[in-house]
Design a protein around this ligand. Structure first.
Ligand code: G16
Length: 543
């Protein structure tokens, strides 16, 4: 083994959550903290000698020094080659693509996704396997176990190479290949979609706005939307990735992307609006006076995917996370393909995609993707929407209205209570869990509970079981309340309430989901005893 062995000891709280380890920068910057976790990855995943590894991140504060450390540790741990994005930049879907395209043994991706960045912001790290997808629970459990018994880590004495120069370099005996972050990803997108058709639509006057939120998608969106598809200069805004995202929260939701929502409801609204998050895997899409909610976006993309060349043969199946609305289930039924309900976390789609059981999948948390990579993919969703609009000749508003007319509408909303005292949040969940057996049959006005359980998932491919994945309360006739704690927050606990109700004829029930869901929202408050247990009268974010 090369390099030097440095003594360390286990750190508290290095258990990966929904999407790897996410903590404040100040936590990651503690002496040996990052090194400890990275060494635990190498110890747990046992990569073969001379393996290749993709490394990159979303450019947030601490990205470059962390990548330097990871490169030196990879060299000292016998890795043969690291492929890294220029300047340490790779969007999460681009990293997934590179792992697959180069046949790498895995990748280390640095991001805290939609969480804020900067010295006082968040940082994150996760390991993806050779399929390009987030490590399965068995692997993240093994990484955590390694953090609990670690006594030292190995690091190369030589410095990491300058990451700004594209080309071949070395760190000790290890090869380091520095690549343009956009090239391979753009080639993949061009292979999936009808770029000529989208470019033709744009040429004939179709206007779009993409908000990169000063996060990683800026260079990708600029190259693809403006320089290749011909969108007018300035169509991509906030396009320079900044270590602190310009002081904003790179979370594409109605609160943090408010300027985009305001534009799309203004008299100067372009035909299409979209935004992505810190690491480029999430997306929101809008039309003039039209917001496509993420669960609906999954359903509408699945229903229309055949309009894009890559999906012209149809989809083999659809998957959604359990809290995601059941709108996609209706599309699957109409298409005669299976639908899978998985726990929250993109890693749970991996086996279904690898096994060819599904083509398209998505989550309520603004994530949609397909079998082209093993991560959700923000720009992919934007391009699929643009392809559908170009091929159908319909506006976003018409696609949405037609969809609801054909399939009915799953009114849906998520209420987030952020930075709740962790003991109070856990207490609420424990109390609710204890009462689950007594909930079935209880009546709340016109609503009667049919079943209440804590979601457990058996992976249909490898048979692994994941328990305690969120509380589901199902009412007669289909309305649903889901309660779970987020696995991505870094401050206290984030409590999520997911509320849903289906109406075959939405024309009769108005447009506003909060109004359509009002009785369910009220019942959710009563069942969870949320205000009494947390002191919170209203959610921090409603999506
Ligand atoms: C991660 C996961 C997603 C998950 C999301 C929300 O997204 O990859 O699969 O839906 O977290 O998780 P939670 O509700 O636990 O906060 P990202 O974009 O943060 O990597």
């Amino acid at each position: 083994m090369a390099g030097t062995e440095i003594s360390t000891k286990p750190f508290e709280g290095q258990k990966p959550g929904t999407s790897g380890l996410r903590k404040k920068v100040s936590v990651f910057a503690q002496p040996h903290y990052l090194e400890n976790f990275v060494q635990s990855i190498f110890t747990a995943v046992k990569l073969p000698a001379e393996s290749s590894l993709v490394v990159g991140g979303d450019g947030r504060y601490f990205n470059e020094p962390a990548i330097g450390t990871i490169i030196r540790m990879a060299a000292a741990n016998g890795i043969g080659r690291v492929i890294v994005g220029q300047g340490g930049i790779l969007s999460t879907p681009a990293a997934s693509n590179l792992i697959r395209k180069r046949g790498a043994n895995g990748g280390i991706i640095l991001s805290a996704s939609h969480n804020p960045g900067g010295p006082d912001g968040d940082f994150g790290i996760k390991f993806n396997g050779a399929n390009g997808g987030p490590a399965a629970e068995s692997v993240t459990d093994a990484i955590f176990a390694a953090t609990q018994s670690i006594s030292g880590y190995r690091i190369e004495d030589a410095p990491a190479p300058n990451l700004n120069r594209i080309g071949q370099a070395r760190c000790g005996d290890m090869r380091v290949e520095i690549v343009d972050p956009v090239t391979d990803y753009q080639a993949l997108m061009e292979s999936l979609f009808d770029f000529d058709r989208i470019a033709g639509m744009i040429k004939s006057g179709f206007r779009l706005r993409f908000d990169a939120m000063h996060a990683v998608t800026g260079p990708y969106a600029l190259a693809i939307l403006e320089e290749t598809l011909g969108a007018a200069p300035g169509s991509v805004i906030n396009k320079v990735p900044l270590p602190d995202f310009g002081g904003h929260h790179p979370d594409p939701n109605p609160v943090h992307a408010k300027a985009l929502f305001d534009l799309m409801w203004s008299c100067n609204a372009p035909d299409f609006g979209a935004a992505s998050d810190g690491d480029g895997d999430r997306n929101i899409v809008l039309g003039q006076n039209t917001y496509i909610a993420p669960s609906d976006s999954l359903a509408m993309l699945a229903a229309n995917a055949h309009l894009a060349p890559a999906y012209a043969g149809g989809v083999t199946g659809i998957a959604r996370s359990m809290p995601t609305s059941c709108a996609a289930d209706r599309v699957a039924a109409a298409l005669g393909v299976p639908v899978f309900e998985t726990p929250t976390g993109w890693k749970f789609f991996g086996n279904l995609l690898d096994d060819g059981r599904i083509t398209i999948c998505g989550e309520e948390s603004a994530g949609t993707g397909s079998n082209h990579v093993r991560e959700k993919d923000g720009l992919w969703a934007v391009l699929l929407w643009l392809n559908i609009v170009a091929a159908s000749g319909k506006s976003m508003a018409d696609i949405q209205a037609d969809h609801w007319r054909q399939y009915g509408r799953n009114y849906y909303s998520r209420h987030d209570y952020e930075a709740v005292d962790a003991d109070q949040a856990n207490g609420l969940m424990d109390n609710l869990r204890a009462r689950l057996p007594d909930l079935a049959g209880r009546r709340f006005g016109d609503y009667t509970i049919l079943t209440a359980d804590d979601f457990a998932y058996t992976d249909p491919v490898d048979g692994s079981v994941s328990a305690n994945q969120g509380i589901r309360i199902l009412f007669e006739g289909g309305p649903r309340i889901v309660v779970r704690l987020s696995g991505t927050g870094t401050e206290g606990a984030t409590l999520r309430l997911y509320l849903e109700r289906y109406e075959p004829d939405p024309a009769e029930h108005g447009h506003d989901p909060q109004a359509a869901l009002a009785p369910i929202i009220h019942i959710a408050g009563e069942i969870t005893e949320l205000t009494a247990r947390t002191g919170r009268a209203r959610p921090d974010v409603i999506t």
